[in-house]
Design a protein around this ligand. Structure first.
Ligand SMILES: [Cu+2]
Length: 264
């Protein structure tokens, strides 16, 4: 039965996030509904071709339908769809996804994601868990997040060009852009978000298997748009913690004023 699901025979890559199975289920339901509608409307179309063929209706009807059945039907459909949307779709979606409040309580890893023409830069807060101040005047390149090293919180911050996340821990990615509108999309995680200059918009998910995959830009953003595929790795929590600690420590060494003075 599973291989009969539209989300499978449409060749969507396997899911690697906690919530992704529910997205696939929704894709399945929507596609089965569309298939049913397609068959229904095709049959109706064929019926009309036969029923209103010229040979059986030599004289045109100049008044058409005289009753109000169709307007009543349309009003009924509007009401039905409003009930479906407000009564079922919104509450179901709320229940099925982790809310912003619950994800805060589950030790999330936070990463700033900066889109630029044409690539992605990741900014980690380092061991102190606090992102340094951002000053856009400090940027030396379009890919530069502009971290202000005068802020003590910034000293252990580090940036990468590959997104690394621990398995089984919620990830909150703050999506932003240094230039135009991009869209940060991780298909195996079933999540994406527009990257809008001047804003940081959080998106969150929990990777539940280790993998190496690519992220893509899903918003046509210029001539290099097609090259905006980046790399992403989900690794064990242990491997992540040691990588994170090492990166944070070397950033601290590089940036701390004492070291800098000693080197002079
Ligand atoms: Cu882009």
């Amino acid at each position: 039965m599973n291989s009969l699901s539209p989300s499978k025979f449409l060749s969507i890559p396997d899911n690697f996030s906690n919530h992704g199975g529910r997205v696939d289920h929704m894709i399945d339901v929507v596609h089965w509904l569309m298939i049913a509608l397609f068959i229904g409307w095709t049959l109706f179309f064929l019926y009309c071709l036969v029923r209103f063929r010229q040979s059986a209706n030599p004289k045109a009807s100049y008044h058409g339908v005289r009753n109000h059945v169709s307007s009543h039907l349309e009003i009924g459909i509007v009401i039905l769809e409003a009930v479906l949307l407000l009564g079922f779709a919104f509450p179901l979606w709320k229940e099925r996804t982790d809310s912003w409040e619950t994800v805060q309580q589950r030790n999330p890893i936070r990463v700033r994601v900066i889109g630029w023409q044409f690539g992605w830069t990741y900014h980690y807060a380092g061991a102190d868990g606090k992102f340094g101040r951002i000053d856009h005047r400090l940027k030396t390149a379009n890919s530069d997040p502009g971290i202000d090293l005068d802020d003590p919180n910034a000293l252990d911050d580090f940036t990468t060009s590959v997104l690394k996340l621990p398995k089984g821990r919620p990830a909150i990615l703050n999506i932003g852009s240094n230039d135009v509108i991009h869209n940060y999309a991780i298909i195996p995680m079933r999540i994406q978000q527009d990257a809008i200059p001047g804003r940081e918009i959080p998106m969150w998910f929990t990777p539940n298997k280790e993998l190496e995959t690519s992220v893509v830009c899903a918003q046509l953003c210029g001539e290099g748009h097609g090259n905006m595929a980046g790399q992403m790795e989900v690794i064990s929590e242990k491997a992540f913690d040691s990588w994170f600690a090492a990166e944070s420590e070397s950033a601290l060494k590089r940036n701390s004023p004492a070291e800098a003075t000693a080197a002079r």
